[in-house]
Design a protein around this ligand. Structure first.
Ligand code: GDP
Ligand code: ZN
Length: 316
């Protein structure tokens, strides 16, 4: 049986590639057996699929099956809050590009992104880009963030397309791996990727549809092979992350250090806000948990409670 990797999915058609053969245009016929029923789309970028060639065609194929996934990244479907949209599958790591200026980093943005990767234990690299622009207090902030996230086991460093800071480190981190690329628009995703791989062009979030009016930005992920092996999965769709697919306990799990300390809380349903004998709060006071992280944990928790409250009211 022939196997290929999905490079791009537009909903009804897929671009797939078998080893380094030509890119084939593939479609599904009838109902494919879905691996996960809550997903709105059966196949995502990075999926390994089985296929047959269409009769008499050289570049058209029919997908006949999907291989089990090593992991996958989903986000809540914009159309149905109870369904999840499959963004990418079988990734080795994620690269989150942020900057502390132009545009300013939204508080909690990094931690919100980690809500997608933590459930699947996907390694994350955080690049704080545009370091050449940082004022001294911004350098301090960026360094603090690097220290916090490195202490949790993530890779984190400053990068700049202008000064070249961190570019070698980044290139090394990407080589040979399949990396999901994400970040708010304007942080320098295209510039960074071009600095590392001059032949690669990202479709930026600003890309307009055929009407040229620029209202509909494309939200389809795409896998772009790197020269020296490995690939980047560009995900222009992930702008604002909302997650009422999560419950409170999921959030605790996704904050590694909070989860670690939570086993010592008095109550096993402790949310680590105002409960007595909370080991997490104590660890915060004692400096074992960063205040930045704790604050973002509380923010995400409140947001989810609010969302779930309204959602449940609507569902009744
Ligand atoms: P994207 O939307 O994330 O792909 O961001 P772009 O790559 O299009 O970059 C947005 C703007 O930031 C452009 O004007 C870039 O020239 C600029 N930019 C990107 N990286 C850097 C950097 O490291 N330093 C400076 N000073 N500007 C940068
Ligand atoms: Zn607690």
């Amino acid at each position: 049986m022939k196997e290929a990797v999905v490079l791009k999915s537009t909903g009804s058609y897929y671009q797939i590639q078998d080893s380094s053969g030509p890119v084939l245009l593939a479609r599904t016929v009838g109902k494919l057996r879905l691996l996960d029923k809550k997903l709105t789309n059966p196949i995502g970028v990075g999926d390994h699929v089985q296929y047959e060639m269409e009769a008499g065609e050289e570049t058209n194929a029919i997908i006949t099956g999907i291989s089990p996934r090593k992991n996958y990244i989903v986000r809540q479907s914009p159309h149905n809050k109870h369904l999840l949209h499959l963004i990418a599958a079988n990734i080795d790591q994620a690269l989150l590009i942020v900057t502390v200026r132009d545009p300013m980093l939204k508080p909690g943005f990094i931690d919100r992104f980690l809500m997608m990767t933590e459930p699947q234990d996907i390694p994350v690299i955080i690049a704080l880009n545009k370091s050449d622009l940082y004022e001294p207090d911004e350098i301090d902030l960026a360094n603090t963030l690097c220290t916090v996230y490195k202490s949790l086991g993530y890779q984190a460093f400053l990068t700049s397309v202008i000064s070249g800071e961190g570019l070698l480190e980044l290139k090394e981190a990407l080589q040979g791996s399949i990396t999901l690329l994400s970040g708010q628009s304007g942080v320098g995703k295209s510039s960074l990727v071009n600095a590392l791989e001059p032949n690669l062009t990202l479709r930026t979030g600003e890309l307009s549809d055929h009407s040229g009016k620029g209202q509909h930005t494309t939200t389809f992920a795409e896998m772009l092979p790197l020269d020296g092996g490995g690939a980047i999965i560009d995900t222009p769709g992930i702008k604002s992350l909302s997650f009422n697919n999560l419950e409170i306990l999921d959030v605790v799990h996704n904050f590694r250090e909070i989860f670690k300390w939570s086993s010592q809380c008095k109550y096993n349903n402790c949310t680590h806000r105002n409960e007595p004998h909370c080991a997490v709060k104590k660890a915060c006071v004692d400096g074992y948990i960063s205040e930045i992280r704790y604050d973002h944990y509380i923010q995400i928790l409140s947001e989810i409670e609010e969302q779930n409250h309204w959602q449940r009211k609507k569902d009744v």
